[in-house]
Design a protein around this ligand. Sequence first.
Ligand code: FES
Ligand code: CO
Length: 329
Amino acid sequence: MTAHILQDPVLLHLWHPVLLSSRLGEAPAAVEVLNERLVVFRTSRGVHALKDLCIHRGVPLSLGRVSGDEIVCPYHGWTYDACGKCTRIPSLPKGAAIPLKAATAAFRCREAYGIIWVCLGSPSTEEPVIGHSGLREDFVQVYMGPYEIAAAGPRVVENFLDVSHLMFVHAGLLGDSEFSEINDYRVHEAGGMLETDEIEVYQPDPDGRGVGVNTFYTYTIYHPLSVSLTKRIEGCEDRFQLYLFVLPRNLGCSTAYMIMERNYALDEPEETFIAFQDLLLEQDRVIVESQKPELLPLDLQTELHLRCDRLSIAYRKMLQSAGVTFGTE
Ligand code: FES
Ligand code: CO
């Protein structure tokens, strides 16, 4: 299975979201990135990610505990530092050297934007890329998910980028089948990102508060598994942005992290928006988990495309030219 990682020089070097910061307390956590099982833990020096395997007898370190700035295997107490080096083997006689091979692999791990991120390779930026300039201070943020989805990452992302499903999968909420035509739009490339023109969509209930409006959608693709949509609401300054960061756990399972930010209804409880997103996600899940082929076909012949699918086409071309193979075919 490791072969998939080696074959994918793109995803290997990206920061992937593995946990909400709020979910990592004193106990270590098991996560999975590109088929690789990792343990993530927190010490006084920050967050760390190691291969979740004790080299002694193959027990997951995530079953152990954090002690000082180290992690202790539950089976025989071997202790590993944040670099993956074994620093203590309790059953060795006093003074005996710890074998040099006593180590487990360590990976880059950091905390940013309320999320813990891991990179298995060499990241091109120290900071995970989220949006043009990160989260905005004058907006209110709501964390949604994480959502476990039994589908490959690119299928999950493409569903998010698909404007013409809103009127059907989310009828009565994000669209109305009486208003299903999509105006022609273009996809621009700027600074390595892809962004659409504004696309007009009538929305009966755009954010779960039950008020129908005309909206204008702009989609942005930051990297293969990191995208957002912005909604401008006609006739006012209200702005809504929804980020999607997909963790490719393995070929059949992804985890979707979402951050919504808005500059209106600032006092509205976040539960309103979370419950609404949960509902939308369940509507999408039925579709995405049933798509065939399971992996996103990058050739443009396997599936049939329309003008309104221009963004999906651009997404597939981008994956192809970047050389993404994990979750595609
Ligand atoms: Fe981890 Fe023995 S299996 S210490
Ligand atoms: Co949807």
